[in-house]
Design a protein around this ligand. Structure first.
Ligand code: NAD
Ligand code: UFG
Length: 340
């Protein structure tokens, strides 16, 4: 019998797609989420995709008793830890909330895992730990320098994981630094459903396409990039999900892995807007505006480690990311509250 994997934050954007990838690989999962940034209706969508968790537990990763009860109930093969708060602006306004949720929460989870003798974890880190990169593409060995409280919580968790592995080499730890996940499940059943005004480019574009917002504001057209707009490394969330499966497999032997997950290709805001409009046949009106404070000009991944250590490469291109994001948004105008 295959032991289940615990997915924390498994009803969120990346966690739900990862639950599908694990189901496709025949891997049972248990999901724990406190639903602070996701809908329980995600579970109905997972069921439609044949990816229901063995159990869903509504609980907080800071709740030791809940974690101990769950680890007593199941013998887990490992944990994929997505649960966390992720809004940069909010983290500037509420740093203690971010430290408590992301850092205390992660330490609490690691302690519960240790008590239960489960010492295999895949951790969601972010390219934000590189701050303003000196060179692109960014190798994993680049200087780490997060410039906002959210990014610093990721760095603190990474530091804790590194110290833990040094202290106790029985731990198998994969620190995955995601670049910019976008897109959605090709069925249109799962996707990104941000609360309020989207902070990120792709959900903003899809809401403009839908007519829910009048135009996209492009944050800065005077960067030192080919067309002056910001350059990022967008990857399809379905590819990101399979990266977690590859990381779990690579942890069959205890080790510490630190790996970028991106495509290695830089895409400008204008290229994204043009591709979305062309692929989906929907115009995206935009206005050029000032830079967004804290943004960097260009950020894209060096991808050799993912290929060498995980045998993982993304399959989906930018056109597919745009098509899937639009299918999701147009089929679910009220997000997960849209009736099935
Ligand atoms: P998300 O908000 O959609 O998913 C996170 C999930 O964690 C949500 O379902 C939320 O309810 C849950 N959660 C938060 N705090 C919790 C707690 N204390 N206890 C239990 N559950 C809790 O976000 P996502 O985009 O799926 O991101 C997943 C992870 O990847 C996060 O750690 C995020 O920081 C990281 N990440 C995301 C991006 C991105 O652009 N989406 C980029 C880099 C890293
Ligand atoms: N942008 C606009 N208009 C918008 C939104 C974004 O022009 O309305 C631009 C940004 O200036 C940037 C690009 O689109 O040049 C991408 O912006 P996002 O906000 O989508 O993504 P970021 O790269 O700024 O940040 C995201 C997450 C961070 C994470 C980082 C790396 O928000 O938390 O990716 O993973 F750390």
């Amino acid at each position: 019998m295959t032991l289940p994997i615990l997915i924390t934050g498994g009803t969120g954007f990346i966690g739900s797609h990862t639950a599908v990838a694990l189901a496709e690989a025949g891997q049972p999962v248990v999901i724990l989420d406190n639903l602070c940034n996701s809908s329980p209706k995600v579970l109905e969508r997972l069921a439609k995709l044949g990816a229901s968790p063995v159990t869903f537990v509504q609980a907080d990763i800071r709740d030791s008793a809940a974690l101990d009860a769950l680890f007593a109930r199941y013998t887990f093969a490992g944990v994929i830890h997505f649960a966390g708060l992720k809004a940069v602006g909010e983290s500037v306004a509420q740093p203690l909330r971010y430290l408590d949720n992301n850092v205390s929460g992660t330490i609490n989870l690691l302690q519960a895992m240790d008590r239960a003798n489960v010492r295999r974890i895949v951790f969601s880190s972010s390219a934000t730990v590189y701050g303003d990169p000196v060179h692109v593409p960014i190798p994993e060995t680049a200087t780490l320098n997060a410039t906002n409280p959210y990014g610093r919580t990721k760095l603190m968790c990474e530091d804790a994981l590194r110290a833990l592995h040094t202290a106790d080499p029985r731990w198998g730890i994969a620190v995955l630094r995601y670049f910019n996940p976008v897109g959605a499940h090709e069925s249109g059943l799962l996707g990104e459903a941000p609360n309020g005004v989207p902070n990120n480019l792709m959900p903003y574009i899809t809401q403009v396409a839908l007519g829910q917002r009048e135009y996209l504001q492009i944050f800065g057209a005077d960067y030192d990039t080919p067309d002056g707009t910001g350059v990022r490394d967008y990857l399809h969330v379905r590819d990101l999900a399979t990266g977690h499966l590859a990381a779990l497999r690579a942890l069959d032997e205890p080790k510490l892995l630190t790996i970028n997950l991106g495509t290695g290709r830089g895409v400008s805001v204008k290229e994204m807007v043009d591709t979305f409009a062309r692929v989906n046949g929907v115009p995206i009106p935009y206005k050029l505006g000032p830079r967004r404070p804290g943004d960097v000009a260009a950020c894209f991944a060096h991808t050799q480690q993912a290929k060498t250590l995980l045998d993982w490469e993304p399959r989906f291109d930018l056109a597919r990311m745009c098509a899937d994001a639009w299918r999701w948004q147009s089929m679910n105008q009220q997000g997960f509250d849209t009736p099935l």
